[in-house]
Design a protein around this ligand. Structure first.
Ligand code: SAM
Length: 274
């Protein structure tokens, strides 16, 4: 989990956990593409049911946001997806322990979203505190890079929203450039989502980082059906350093994943000043 790895509890055997909670782990998401709402609905006395909506929590971490969202909205199917098996094990455990029948978790990378879901199947895509991958050479791993945003368009329904929350002002500003290139309309932004939407469920990272003084930036965006995307290409700077404020010493909070970089830049600037 990029810099904030959870220490494994003693006697924690990952394979054993994954097996124990296998009922809520979907290993072959492509088989459900286009049918998640019906395939995952519990049987009713009158036959097969269906969830009203399918929402994806991409990079769900240990599942706190997913589980609380699912608890609040039983008619919505919440799918968590994460690349880390340890996160899958924890999320699956939380789903089972909460007794939820409207949440499921998928071990996969964000680049698999298009194989896992059918056209227009998702009514919402949550990206809570995605790993920032601040360096230019690792930018392709960001869940908010142009290529990924173009892929998400295919699985989002017409009125679907992509909802980003992050403590990182550079990642927030980078994301705005990518949403513009990928033909999304930004419909809402916030510099303090906790203040503006205090009742939203929070994620583990949100709890940990806000306890350290982090702001929560929010963006909601929806795919613009009329966007001309024929010749779209990357034009934004890929290093998150380029989105930092000019006066680094005025920063009261350094975003998660950029502490080392900001420290180096501050040191270099003070050496130059000497
Ligand atoms: C900073 S954590 C945030 C976790 C959770 N959303 C939260 O707010 O607490 C980022 C999560 O994204 C996952 N992740 C990073 N890159 C990913 C990718 N390409 N595809 C899927 N998950 C990814 C990591 O394994 C990690 O669990």
């Amino acid at each position: 989990m990029h810099g904030m790895h959870a220490r494994l509890p003693r006697h924690f055997v990952l394979e054993e956990r994954l097996e124990r909670y296998a009922d809520v782990i979907e290993l072959e998401p492509a088989c459900l593409a286009g049918h998640w709402a019906e395939a995952c609905a519990p049987l009713t006395p009158t036959g097969l049911g269906s969830f009203d909506e399918v929402r994806l929590d991409l990079g769900c971490g240990k599942g706190a946001f997913l589980v609380e969202s699912a608890r609040r909205e039983p008619h919505v199917l919440f799918v968590g997806m994460d690349a880390e098996p340890l996160c899958i094990a924890y999320t699956a455990q939380h789903i089972v322990e909460a007794g939820l029948s409207n949440a499921i978790v998928v071990p996969a990378k964000g680049s698999n979203v298009c194989n896992a879901f059918g056209a227009g199947e998702l009514s919402r895509l949550h990206l809570n505190f995605p790993t920032p991958y601040p360096r230019k050479r690792e930018a392709s791993h960001r869940l908010v890079i142009l290529e990924r945003l173009l892929e998400y368009r295919a699985v989002l329904s017409a009125n679907a929203t992509l909802r980003l929350r992050t403590d990182s002002q550079p990642l927030r500003d980078f994301t705005l450039t990518q949403l513009d290139l990928a033909g999304y309309n930004v419909v809402w932004t916030s510099d303090d989502e906790r203040r503006d939407r205090p009742n939203e469920p929070s994620s583990e990272y949100e709890q940990r980082l806000t306890a350290q003084g982090a702001p929560v930036y929010g963006i909601w965006a929806t795919p613009n059906p009329n966007a001309a995307l024929g010749s779209v290409r990357q034009t934004a700077s890929l290093s998150l350093v380029d989105y930092l404020p000019t006066d680094l010493n005025a920063m009261t909070y350094v975003p998660h994943g950029m502490q080392g970089t900001v420290l180096n830049l501050r040191n270099r600037a003070s050496k130059r000043a000497e």
